[in-house]
Write a protein that binds this ligand. Structure first.
Ligand code: SAM
Length: 242
């Protein structure tokens, strides 16, 4: 089975099944609860690049990797590219995107933000959770690869620092209204499928000092000038399997 492919430069993949990794499942539960603080539950929510875990509040999801859209329960899933969303302007109240900007070449990330802004209602919210680069992440990933615990390096385009994420949103016509720096020195253990790994989950809250992700919440600014400068990349039929 092909479990990853390059689509117009973006790394599309079949991620791990969260429920098979007890600690990972606990971390996702925590993130779902955090994100729920910001979703507009009275409106429609779109999740970009939901992989195999859509937020419980998501109504609609888009994913570049087709298999992720098959047999999905609870959301209306579409195989599509977050750089060219197949939705009308102003059609959602919340757009969520987690852990996927680093799968897209840096030059194309502005198109994703522009598309999120286009499909969001003027008073909507864009909730982004992205990996934070750093020495700890580099070291733990290097060890995981060496031990054969990770299949492929999907970090090759680079994660975004807090400032880079803020700049990307600012330049895309958003005002960032909340930032949370999330840590997780225990992430290497999330690879485990052993039931005991769930037992370290309570340690998670008191080990937030090593940064692993950033959660940003942004609202569209009134001035759409910045957005009009961003071009939507044209789709190319070229696909490369890795
Ligand atoms: C690391 S996974 C994260 C999945 C999910 N958001 C999560 O947090 O578990 C990155 C996902 O982004 C998807 N992806 C990459 N580029 C994309 C694009 N341009 N449009 C839509 N999905 C994309 C991949 O197929 C993959 O499922």
């Amino acid at each position: 089975m092909v479990d990853s492919e390059i689509l117009d430069g973006a790394i599309a993949e079949r991620p791990r099944e969260v429920s098979e990794h007890p600690l990972l499942a606990a971390v996702y539960d925590r993130h779902d609860a955090l994100i729920r603080r910001y979703t507009r539950r009275d409106g429609r929510t779109l999740e970009l690049a939901f992989g195999r875990h859509a937020h419980p509040d998501a109504d609609v999801g888009v994913e570049a990797f087709h298999e992720n859209c098959v047999d999905v329960v609870g959301i209306d899933a579409t195989t599509a590219d977050a750089r060219r969303l197949p939705f009308a302007d102003d059609s959602f109240d919340t757009v969520v995107g987690r852990r996927f900007l680093h799968h897209v070449p840096e030059a194309d990330r502005a198109a994703i933000v522009a598309e999120a802004r286009r499909v969001l209602a003027p008073d909507g919210r864009f909730v982004v959770l992205e990996g934070t680069p750093g020495l700890y992440r580099r070291l733990t990933k290097a060890v995981a690869f060496r031990l054969g615990a990770l299949g492929e390096d999907t970090d090759e385009y680079g994660h975004l620092s807090v400032d880079e994420l803020r700049d990307l949103l600012d330049e895309g016509g958003f005002e960032t209204v909340a930032f949370e720096r999330l840590g997780s020195p225990l992430m290497p253990l999330s690879i485990s499928t052993a039931p005991w790994s769930a037992r370290v989950a309570p340690l998670y809250e008191c080990t937030q000092f090593v940064r692993w992700w950033t959660l940003a919440v942004a609202t569209p600014t009134a001035d759409p000038v910045a957005v009009s400068r961003v071009e939507r990349p044209e789709s190319s039929s070229k696909q490369r399997h890795v």
